[in-house]
Design a protein around this ligand. Structure first.
Ligand SMILES: Cc1ncc(COP(=O)(O)O)c(C=O)c1O
Length: 468
């Protein structure tokens, strides 16, 4: 996000439960009631009935990918710009710049070169022979498993597809410094790398607990020249702090959002820059077997790697789209990050979407062994895919993800990020139900070297009886 506005009242907020906003449904904007800026929890003041027959009717139409759905940053009843009025013009400028670069051949050419020569695209669509064998039944039949190798991108995850493009936009807008928040550290490293390349100052906010868990990524960010600022708490707290920092320096800084959340145009912009994953997958599938994939599987934290893979195929109704959320200790444990399975609709970080919140609209702290999945919300477009039924969503527990991590190491010699291991874990349930030869593509959103310590610690805790 970027803006030229000089001052902004810190008494405004863009973090809130839907229940304490006066909503203009048509515009997707809201007048916030007077609560402190970016609180972690919000007290409910009024009750707003979100479900209304009109919006449900709209959702049942087939305009899943129609322009009218996306033009205002509205995905059915989700999305919008739930921000103080003063930020609307700032977001408008970002939207205008984004629309410009989409059609600017110079920008597109520069981005294509960066993606090829710096990021290392295209990433392979790898046939996982031994994983495929693992899922064969007694008759030797089963699906064919392919891995989209986003782990092979420069700095190890899909995040760089977006950070390089947004850093280029920031530069065009004359911004000198970038602020961002990171959970697993992958977005932080990808942002720091893009800033080093484009000579931009970089400050990354990270939860102190996450800094301990992902210490190697903290070192990498520092080596890349970024300032890493600890924030008490986890990713959601770091996100709020990054926005606060940006709001204080609107003229010179740019808030580089790492996933498909936030007010419009952020979700659309990040999805657009990540959709290279699906576009390549379509072309590679055509080259490899002369058709489309039958099923796409991706983990869902907030949804950027999932939408990056899915978006290209949304209109292909014969392609199943499956998102896998973090089931943590189990959905009934209260310790998970399965927002779509157990969340409720609300407004958080500037957009309406599913959220983990209690009866009173207080944000619930998420948990996952995959640090990058620990966010209490999810992107509005992902919520729309759930509500229209176009995509299916399931969850995998910490233990299932750890088992899947080990399985891929041992069968294919690949370390998947623990986030992506959730998508791999779901294959255990999915594959026995599939016809012979079904083509399944799993998005390996990042590399898992960063998680080796967590895997060993998890198993040590389990053996010593610290964990059930
Ligand atoms: C490797 C990796 N995969 C997935 C995610 C989850 O984010 P998203 O759902 O936006 O792809 C993260 C977040 O940090 C990540 O680092």
């Amino acid at each position: 996000m970027a803006c030229n506005i000089k001052a902004l009242s810190l008494n405004h907020q863009i973090v809130s439960s839907a229940r304490n906003l006066t909503v203009d449904r048509k515009m997707g904007t809201a007048s916030a009631v007077s609560v402190p800026v970016f609180p972690d929890t919000v007290t409910k003041t009024t009750t707003l009935s979100i479900k209304n027959p009109q919006s449900t009717e709209k959702l049942l139409t087939k305009t899943v990918d129609g322009k009218e759905v996306y033009s205002q940053g509205k995905f059915g009843r989700f999305g919008g710009k739930f921000v103080p009025e003063t930020l609307i013009s700032c977001l408008g400028k970002l939207e205008a710049e984004f629309n410009l670069v989409l059609h600017d051949s110079e920008f597109q050419e520069e981005l294509a070169i960066a993606l090829r020569d710096y990021v290392g695209r295209e990433t392979p669509l790898y046939f996982a022979q031994r994983l495929t064998n693992h899922y064969k039944n007694s008759k030797g039949e089963g699906p064919e498993i392919y891995l989209k190798r986003e782990d092979l991108n420069h700095v190890g995850a899909h995040k760089i597809n977006n950070t390089i493009a947004q850093a280029m936009i920031a530069k065009r807008m004359g911004r000198k410094s970038i602020v961002a928040a990171t959970g697993a550290g992958q977005h932080g490293v990808a942002t720091a790398a893009a800033c080093a390349k484009l000579s931009l100052e970089c400050t990354i906010f990270m939860g102190s607990a996450d800094m301990e868990k992902q210490a190697s990524n903290v070192l990498l960010m520092k080596l890349l020249g970024a300032k890493v600022e600890p924030v008490e708490g986890t990713f959601k707290d770091a996100s709020s702090q990054a926005i606060r920092e940006w709001v204080g320096n609107l003229e010179t800084s740019y808030h580089l959002i790492g996933t498909v959340v936030g007010p419009h145009p952020c979700p659309t912009m990040v999805r657009e820059f990540q959709s290279v994953i699906g576009k390549e997958t379509r072309r590679q599938a055509m080259e490899k077997w002369g058709g489309k994939p039958d099923i796409l599987v991706a983990c869902v934290g907030s949804g950027s790697n999932a939408l990056g893979l899915f978006h290209e195929f949304i209109k292909d109704e014969d392609v199943r789209l499956i998102g896998v959320e973090a089931g943590g200790f189990g959905l009934d444990s209260g310790k998970h990050a399965a927002t779509l399975a157990r969340g409720d609709v609300g407004v958080y970080h500037g957009a309406m979407s599913y959220l983990l919140q209690d009866e009173e609209g207080q944000i619930l702290g998420p948990h996952s062994i995959g640090v990058g999945l620990e966010y209490p919300g999810v992107g509005p477009e992902v919520s729309f895919l759930k509500e229209t039924g176009r995509a299916e969503f399931y969850s995998a527990t910490d233990k299932e993800a750890i088992d899947a991590y080990r399985r891929l190491c041992q069968l294919e010699g690949i370390f998947p990020a623990l986030e992506a291991s959730h998508a791999l874990a779901f294959l255990e349930k999915l594959c026995p139900s599939l016809a012979n030869g079904t083509k399944v593509v799993v998005n390996i959103s990042g590399r898992g070297d960063k998680d080796a310590d967590i895997v060993f610690q998890y198993e040590a805790d389990r053996l010593s009886g610290l964990m059930a």
